[in-house]
Each structure stands twice: as structure tokens, then as C-alpha cells.
Write a protein that binds this ligand. Sequence first.
Ligand code: FE2
Length: 420
Amino acid sequence: MNDLVIRNCLDFNQKKIDIFIRNGKIAEISERILISDIPEIDAGGHFISPPFIDSHFHMDATLSYGLPRINQSGTLLEGISLWGELKKDLTADAIKERARKLCKWSIARGTLGIRSHVDVSGDNLMAVEALLDIKEEMKDFLDIQLVAFPQDGLYRAKCLNNLKTALEMGVDVVGGIPHFERTMSDGAYSVKTLCEIAEKKGLLVDMHCDESDDPLSRHVETLANETTRLGLEGRVAGSHLTSMHSMDNYYFSKLIALLVEANLHIIPNPLINITIQGRHDTYPKRRGLTRVPEQMKAGLNVAFGHDCVMDPWYPLGSHDMLEVAHMALHVAHMTGADDMKECFKAVTTNPAKVMHLDNYGLEKGCNGDLVILQCKNPVEALRLKPPRLYVIRRGQIISSTDPVKYKINTGKEELVDLIF
Ligand code: FE2
């Protein structure tokens, strides 16, 4: 049946609402729903949001931290070579077991949409097969979209055939990594080739692009140009784009217009970018985050990704998108009240647009997918990263927890939450 009434919640704009979900879809939102005799929950005056969405992740590598060893330098390049060492010993069962565990963490955090890159540059497509199985296995609980990702370089690792086979097997999105090809021209050529494949097959594109501190790494220019040339506007995402942090300001003023023309989706990965970029710098050390406020101001769709949880590149994380947005607003100097709300959208509605998710949102007719947080509003969600009291998928409660209250004793005992 999947019918449910949720009472007494606060929406993004602090309006007090009840929500009626019928057959897994939002049938009514109003101040007071006059329906009884179906299951209902009391949100206790807490904040309700559509689920968190992570539009950039690596599920084939997740939870492999320490295998076969730890990334000592913390650099992107040591991470890539460590992943190469690990890849040799991977089994489908191990990938699936870790991915399954990660999916459960995601559900507990209210992250119900994940775009995961999957490496196609090895000598087999075992990870692709494993993650296609996980996608199917978890489909009632979260939406997984897979990207064919030539981690070691499309031309450098000679994996164009693998990539095409992965797409035939059911991988959804065309990936790339132009800055990791042997030369700038190989990088540009890979962008052109991959965009043409996507155009022919009617697929979306999402490339790791310019994940570098080199201000002359300008593959995003080619990505935008190919997008416009092939009529792929709104269907292409540039992930990372960290070189933009270091670019010449005059060049950026030209570039931003090209990105707008291409309606390019921008996917910074704040936790990873602040960790990995600037590693070759003496002081001052660059932050390495792409130019988020400027991109948002220009009208581009910016979605923050988690990228990694406990893998060769990043030792922390629990797939909590509020951690991601919290880091982003600090690194991007977006602490203004409206800026912080935009950062919340960058882990909810914006990545849903990147992934072209149908029926996402808190409106009549949308999927009954919702998260109730132990806080009052989106900014407080960012401040507290509070417990997800209920996570609801198509009208079914798929995760829940009691509100956290601390027993404080300052002469007299009282229960305290951290709500302002
Ligand atoms: Fe990535």
C-alpha cells in the first residue's frame, strides 16, 4: 500500500505542514491533513526534507581503507597507485560486501540517490558486474546511477573497448579523466571521443575534469565546447574542476560564459578537494575548491559530492552529505544565511538535477521519499548534522532512530538537545 501520513513537520521555508503519501507518492501537503485509519508518524515539529543525493561517489573503492596499505602522502597520485595495487586482489564478493555496507550507512544518513563512478580501466569488468548487481539489489531503497570511469586514462590505459562494453552492460553515464591522459592533446581528444559516444547513445556525461592545482589544466573548456557542439546542454557534468581555483582571473571571466552556454553541471567534492589539493604547495597552501560562489551566481547548477568514504584517497566519512555541505560552506566562504541555504540545496535538489532523477522533491506528485531531521531548519541541519529520525522511501520507513537528548547535571538534572 505504501500509504503514510506525516504530521507536524517544518519545511525548508519553516512552514508547518502535514504530508499524505498515497501509493508511494506525495498526494497532499497542507497545514492539516484530515485522514485517519492509515499509518502515521509525528515529526515532532522537526525539519523535513527530500532525501540527500550524492552525485559523485566511488562505490567500487569504498570501505577499503588500509587495503593493502594506507596512503601515506595523502596525494591523489599515491591514491591512484594504491588503488592499482588493490585492484589486483579485488573480488566481486568483496566489492559487493563493502558496497552493501556503504548503502546501509547511506540509508541511515538519508542519502537515497548515489551516482557512483566505476573503474573500467583494469583488465576485467568485475567491478561493473558487482555494482550492477548492487544497483538492482538496492533499488527499492536507493537510486544508484553508474558512470563508466576510465580511472587510469582512456588512452593511457587503452580502455575504450572496456568502457563501451560497460555501457552495453547497463552502466548509465559516460565518464572520463582528461587531466590524467599522457598529454593535454590526448586529454582534449578523450573529451571529444567520450562526448560523441554519449551523444550517439543518448547518455549523460560526467567527467573527472581538471582535478589538479595546475591553472593551465583547462579541459573544462573542451568539455563545455563539446557539450555545446553536440547539443548536450544540461546533460553533462564536470566533476572536481579544482584547477579553476588557481586559474587566471581574466581567463575565468571568459570560461564562465562558456560553462553557462553549455548549461554544465558542476560537481565539487569539498572534503576530498580540501584534503588532496595543495599538497605540492609550500605556504600559502591552496584550498583547491573550484569557484563555487561565482558559479552559483552565474546560474550554474552546483552539486557537492562526497567522492570517497574510507578508501585509498580519504580515511574518514560515513556518507553524510551534511558533512560535505558543512565543509563546502567553510572552504567557499559561504557563511551568509542565504549562502548556507544554497549549500543545503547543493546536497539535495541540485544533485537530483545532475542525475536527472524523476519525481524528486517535496511537492504533490513527487515520490514519497523524505528525511526528518532532529533540527528545525536547513541551516541548523548543517550546524548539527543531527540524527535522521525517519528516512522514508516511497512511503515506507526504511530507517529510524530516537531523538538524541543529553542528560546534563549542573546541580539539577535536565535533558538537553542542541536545537537553538
Ligand atoms: Fe571521484
